[in-house]
Write a protein that binds this ligand. Structure first.
Ligand SMILES: C[S@@+](CC[C@H](N)C(=O)[O-])C[C@H]1O[C@@H](n2cnc3c(N)ncnc32)[C@H](O)[C@@H]1O
Length: 268
């Protein structure tokens, strides 16, 4: 589905009095909506805020983490654009937050194309409202764990040319993919990309954090629409196998006693 949403007539009232399309589950915490809450957004429901408040007890600086993560995304897109890349595939994009990928990329390439992809229908609803008139930006509701379906999606192909270098973004999303299939899923995307393409990842890791603290994080997310699977640094390395990792290599996006997020950018 690309930029498709139900009509207003299909929408119902959520328990906290927002208009909600029928595809939106307001009873299960959504990781996209929890992240929106951490970033100070308003696109979340009571169930998301309750889960986010619970998470904050074990990770009081998570808003700083979310902001540092967005800054890492913007820096990565800027660096890719300055290297000549003018098309981007943002997997697990989240509810739109400014500056978003197309805004950063267009500071360098005014006609840059972007596919925003997420499995959560809330993202499509919000992107549609913001980006309906932009022919070079498409939002697709899909599971990133089916790379062939993503890569063959006609909406994706309508704005991305896989024969030219592309910026692949997997920012704060791989820890929602199980660690066994994660590397092969990433590898399938990378195999499909033209030489000169780049990958940027950020990911939550276990290294340096008390396992009891991490178990609390995992418990909160086990009740959400996407359980969390924090990685080891060695597992992050595995995702980057076969790519030229840009200096300084895997770096801290944010580190505290409550959690550890790392990032890396690499060239195919
Ligand atoms: C923490 S948010 C990160 C948003 C954005 N990438 C950022 O870093 O600012 C994770 C996003 O990944 C999405 N997501 C999780 N699992 C996914 C999957 N299997 N396929 C597509 N999207 C997924 C969630 O719905 C959510 O919007």
């Amino acid at each position: 589905m690309a930029n498709e949403a139900s009509t207003d007539d299909d929408w119902t009232w959520a328990d906290d009095s927002d208009w909600v399309p029928p595809a939106i589950d307001t009873k299960t915490p959504s990781v996209a909506r929890m992240y929106d809450f951490f970033l100070g957004g308003k696109d979340n429901f009571a169930v998301d805020r309750a889960a986010a408040e619970q998470f904050l007890k074990g990770y009081p600086d998570v808003a700083d983490v979310a902001r540092a993560n967005r800054a890492y995304l913007a820096r990565s897109v800027r660096a890719m654009a300055e290297a000549g890349i003018d098309q981007f595939l943002d997997l697990g994009t989240g509810i739109p937050t400014s500056p978003n990928v197309h805004e950063v990329a267009r500071q360098v390439h005014p006609k840059a194309s972007v596919v925003y992809l997420d499995h959560d229908p809330i993202v499509v609803v919000h992107d549609q409202a913001l980006l309906a008139d932009d022919e070079r930006v498409v939002t697709v509701q899909r599971d990133l764990c089916a790379p062939d379906d993503v890569l063959n999606d006609p909406h994706v192909r309508s704005v991305l040319d896989l024969d030219r270098p592309l910026g692949l973004l997997m920012i704060a999303v791989l820890h929602f993919v199980d660690p066994v299939s994660g590397p092969s899923i990433t590898a399938r995307y990378i195999d499909a990309l033209a030489p000169g393409s780049q990958l940027a990842v950020t990911i939550g890791v276990r290294d340096g954090v008390d396992p009891a603290v991490l178990a609390e994080h995992e418990l909160v997310y086990s009740r959400s629409n996407a359980p969390i699977h924090l990685r080891t640094l060695a597992q992050v390395d595995e995702v980057l196998t076969g790519l030229d990792v840009v200096a300084p290599g895997i770096e801290d996006v944010h580190f505290s006693p409550h959690g550890h997020v790392v990032g890396a950018r690499a060239i195919r």
